[in-house]
Design a protein around this ligand. Sequence first.
Ligand code: PSU
Ligand code: MN
Length: 308
Amino acid sequence: MEQYLEYSQEVRDAKINDKPIVALESTIISHGMPYPQNVEMAREVEQIVRDEGAVPATIAIMDGKIKIGLSDEELEKFGNSEGVAKVSRRDLPNVVAMKKLGATTVTTTMICAEMAEIEMFVTGGIGGVHRGAEKTMDISADLEELAKTNVAVVCAGAKSILDLGLTMEYLETKGVPVIGYQTEYLPAFYTRTSEFKLSFRAESEEEIAETLKAKWDLGLQGGAVIANPIPEEDAMDESYINGIISQAVKEAETDNISGKDSTPYLLGRIKELTNGKSLDANIALVKHNARVGSRIALSLEKKIEKKV
Ligand code: PSU
Ligand code: MN
């Protein structure tokens, strides 16, 4: 496996010096946001991770290698290229073997982070059970991955382009903890709350690190979702954004958008319909997640070192 992994100098140094590393995904760059805001966001998020005392590892597929950490030039190339493949678990072997340029989703970032022995991962939102999934069976591979891969994902919950209730049911069935950071309700990405109550509210990063350590010490396979609400000042008006989301979902149906194209299509339409306001919210929440995720990574690293 090692022959496929290529570490950036920064990540290699972090490994030697036992510094906490935070994985970052690349689909959010290539398919989640337009250029140049995508590259700008990626750089700022990496810097936040450094400022918090951890080391960022943006993960992507290039030249037949799984890159663990990108250089500045690679990040630029990645955010500004046409035809980057959105790589889920099923696509990974082909994209690596054919040396294509590939963006890792939550699923593949978790897979590659585990290969590189990184247990913390920060992003914006996870995939889930899509609305109408009882007919389309469109359920993101992210949920299966959370069930089996030992990586914790810090996100701002899930968007209501998804069926949040079914997404929570699925995660419960699969035994994935969803931990609310200073909230007892699942955040809905653009807004701070939803009607879905979580089973566990954590007050501090340290409580989250303790819970993660206990889960993995107990041999309970799989990841966890750490749901961190968007900051109050960046949150969008609930009825406004929900109206826009409903419209985008309808348009996707009319345009026969399905499968892996669904999420990027919906994100793009929501951005257009909100005149870019959804993009501002998206960027703000990812940055906030980077801060919280890095602090959890630091806390977890200390606990693992001390074996307490
Ligand atoms: N949600 C976002 N932005 C994103 C994604 C989700 O707000 O960029 C991306 C993530 O990479 C996630 C993927 O893993 O979409 C889910 O895609 P799908 O629904 O096709 O599984
Ligand atoms: Mn899907």
